[in-house]
Design a protein around this ligand. Structure first.
Ligand code: PGA
Length: 260
């Protein structure tokens, strides 16, 4: 039995929130949705819903590249993230976006290794490690995604999968802030979220695999909605969410960010 499992079973797992930041983190991953006009309308609507902001909640929106400007909050109540970045710094790479471009567009975060990038675009460990390095060169905080497939889960290899995906972080500087999004592939866009217990166990395991990290937040992602957000946060081991489908609705995303 791993340490996290033992602690969880004994009910003694410590409250685990990042040391440097006590804020929960809520990230909207818009994927390939939202024109500039839709993004502006969303920003206005969302801004009205959250007023001066949500106490204890840090909010981030990851728009498609073309809508980054339109999604910006002039009042700074949320920050911006890229959904992906190139493994190269610059050069003849048609269709790619560099870390420098994201930083220049005011992004503070960048999503790296989302399961859709892994499965649909063949992104793997070494390439993701290069992307992490490009993000760090430009001061972007990676939101590094990992999680097991249904087959891996059924084969009992969830733990080994997480450990292998975490090896990609071997060269990433341990002193820098890091966000990990635990997103079981079978829960993404399916309406079938992990149980709070499974999400908490995975978060605890991830922390256990990264003992040197001082500023680490572990998010859960996969079919988060207003109706399940509070219970998923309840165990105090999940530090927030990466939200796909439900984040396209400003009211739903605001409700999720208030759930903490
Ligand atoms: P979902 O997506 O909330 O639509 O399941 C989560 C994600 O892919 O980040």
């Amino acid at each position: 039995m791993s340490l996290s499992t033992a602690l969880f079973r004994s009910g003694q797992a410590p409250r685990r929130r990042a040391n440097d930041s006590d804020m929960r983190l809520f990230v909207a991953n818009w994927k390939m949705h939202m024109t500039r006009r839709q993004a502006s309308a969303y920003a206005e609507d969302f801004g009205e819903r959250i007023g001066d902001g949500i106490p204890g909640a840090e909010i981030v929106i990851a728009p498609p590249f073309t809508a980054i400007d339109a999604a910006r909050d002039p009042h700074g109540r949320w920050s911006l993230a890229g959904q992906n970045l190139s493994e190269h710094a610059a050069g003849p790479f048609t269709g790619e976006i560099s870390g420098e471009m994201l930083a220049d567009a005011d992004c503070r975060y960048v999503i790296v290794g989302h399961s859709e990038r892994r499965t649909l675009f063949g992104e793997d460990g070494p390439r993701l490690a290069r992307k992490l390095a490009r993000a760090r060169e430009r001061g972007l905080v990676p939101i590094y995604c990992l999680g097991e497939t249904r087959e891996q889960r059924e084969a009992g290899s969830t733990d080994a999968t997480l450990a292998r995906q975490i090896e990609t972080l071997a060269e990433d500087p341990a002193g820098e802030p890091l966000v990990i999004a635990y997103e079981p592939v079978w829960a993404i866009g399916t309406g079938l979220a992990a149980t709070p217990r499974d999400a908490a166990l995975a978060a605890a395991r991830i922390v256990e695999l990264l003992p040197k990290r001082r500023d680490l937040r572990v998010l859960y992602g996969g079919s988060v909605k207003p109706g399940n957000a509070a219970e998923l946060l309840d165990g105090e081991r999940v530090d927030g969410f990466l939200v796909g489908g439900a984040s396209l609705d400003a009211g739903a995303f605001a409700a999720i960010a208030r759930a903490g």
